[in-house]
Design a protein around this ligand. Structure first.
Ligand code: FES
Length: 177
C-alpha cells in the first residue's frame, strides 16, 4: 500500500502568494539591514541646533568624518567651517575628534597660517605671531586668542557650530561674540 502523500505542484495563485511572502520577508530583512547604514551616511540637516553646518572642503563637498578620523592622531585637518572660514580640526590620540575647532584667521591682521607639528604651534607667516595648540597667543604681535568653534560628529558627518560659551582659555566671554 502506498502511504505517500501526493505531491502536487502549488496552484498558480498559491505560488504567487508564496513568492510574494518570500519577497516580503527578503525585502523586510534587507531594509532593516540597510536602514542603519543609510542613516549613518545621510547627512544631518544644516542650520539646526545653534546654527550648525556640515564640514565641507573648499570646493563645497561634504567631508565624511571617516576620512578625517583615518588620519593619524595629532593631525590638524583643515575644513571650510562657518561662513566658509578655514578651520582646523584635531584628531585626538584615541582616534576621535577634538570637540573644539580652531579658526585659521590670525587675530593680528587676518592672515591664514599653517600648523607646525615640530614646534606644536600655529605659526603665522605674516608677522610672526605664534599660538599654542589650543589657540592661545604664545608670541605677538597678535594679542587675542584664536577664535573657536564647536565640533561634533554625527553619523559620518562633522557638524560645526558657533562657540558661544565662556572661552576656556581666558575664562571670559569670547572676544568674537
Ligand atoms: S597677520 Fe598674523 S602675525 Fe600679523
Amino acid at each position: 500500500m502506498d502511504n505517500s502523500l501526493p505531491l502536487e505542484p502549488p496552484s498558480p495563485s498559491r505560488r504567487k502568494l508564496l513568492n510574494f511572502l518570500t519577497g516580503a520577508v527578503v525585502a523586510t530583512a534587507a531594509s532593516s539591514a540597510i536602514y542603519p547604514a543609510a542613516k549613518f551616511f545621510t547627512p544631518p540637516k544644516e542650520g539646526g541646533e545653534g546654527g550648525s553646518i556640515i564640514a565641507k572642503d573648499k570646493l563645497g563637498h561634504i567631508i565624511p568624518a571617516r576620512q578625517i578620523l583615518a588620519e593619524p592622531p595629532g593631525t590638524r585637518a583643515l575644513i571650510a567651517g562657518l561662513a566658509g572660514e578655514p578651520t582646523y580640526l584635531t584628531v585626538k590620540a584615541d582616534g576621535t575628534l577634538e570637540p573644539v575647532g580652531i579658526v585659521n584667521n590670525c587675530t593680528h591682521l587676518g592672515c591664514t597660517f599653517p600648523w607646525n607639528g615640530t614646534d606644536e604651534q600655529f605659526q603665522c607667516p605674516c608677522h610672526g605671531s605664534r599660538y599654542s595648540p589650543d589657540g592661545s597667543v604664545v608670541r605677538g604681535p597678535a594679542n587675542l586668542p584664536l577664535k573657536l568653534v564647536q565640533v561634533a560628529v554625527q553619523g559620518d558627518s562633522i557638524l560645526i557650530s558657533p562657540w558661544t560659551e565662556i572661552d576656556p582659555r581666558t575664562h571670559q566671554k569670547p572676544w568674537w561674540i
